[in-house]
Design a protein around this ligand. Sequence first.
Ligand code: SF4
Ligand code: SF4
Length: 333
Amino acid sequence: MTAPQTVGFTPGERNVFLHILTGCNLSCSHCYINPAEHGSAMLSRQQMAAWIRLFSDPARKSNLIFLGGEPTLHPDLVSGIEVAKQCGYAVTVDTNGYLFHDFLDRVDPESLDYLSFSLDGPDPQVNDPIRGHGVFEVCTANLRRAAARGISTSLIYTVSSRNIDHLARMPELVRDLGVKRFFIQVIGLRGKSAGGGEKASPLQVDPQTWLRIVPEVARTVAETGVTVIYPKVFLDRGEPFECAGNVAENFFIFPNGRVYQCPLCEDYPIHSYEIRDNELVKVEGLSEDRFFKLNIAEGCVMNKLLQPDTITYDSSGRPRHRVSCCLLKQRLG
Ligand code: SF4
Ligand code: SF4
């Protein structure tokens, strides 16, 4: 059993998060997809191939993550995976588990490095009120089918106040499903989770609850040989903070051509780049990269602007923790 390792970013590595459509068959209560900002289009097969090639750089290790909406709703996902593999990417598909268009029968397991399933509870009683009636059964059954086909699977658990008390029951399920990687994510106050019917019960968890529960569950899962990755979120005093927008190569690409470097900026028209005629064009004016350069005691600038409730201060007005947001992750195993 190794000590948690903080994995910020791997120098020189590139991560391409490609939303190939925004449509989805589900309507999860914390969904961050925002059609007003991200569009409702679906990339054509040709566009998808061109955009995958646009971000490909054979000189560096590159990861491409296919996202939606639900990416398996796209009839040409399998062809996109093949293009990405030819370009040399490590390829992941993030799915809600429904696996449309006979995905498992059509995809070549050799072309897919990971198939990641989202599940927000250890049983239907916890998961389904968040993700939808019947989702737990479909998701876990398809995860087992994928593993039986020789595909490496991951599980993503998005922690909120609605399910953090059930996280401790996940190690058993993770082991039973045979997943190779377990991601614990913290809910972001974006899209629907920022308002609407959730006001009576805020979805965010406070630092004490997070620190009390998450590292311990991560350790328990890692002891079974599964790789666990979870966000550091609350940095200790003196721990270095760097904004990923300054030091990492992350691209979050939407079907309307917007390209962000920061996941917290996605609800605003402050993207750094746009894809126009299959070329990457820098956006002039007030774009997200202006914020990355601000050095503040609270750590992540966008978190301070958009989710100030996550920050608490001591009696001298110093933040108790700096918030690292998207960059620093803890890795076990
Ligand atoms: S599966 Fe994903 S894209 Fe679909 S509603 Fe849920 S969170 Fe949103
Ligand atoms: S979430 Fe925060 S740390 Fe990450 S890129 Fe955005 S501003 Fe930087």
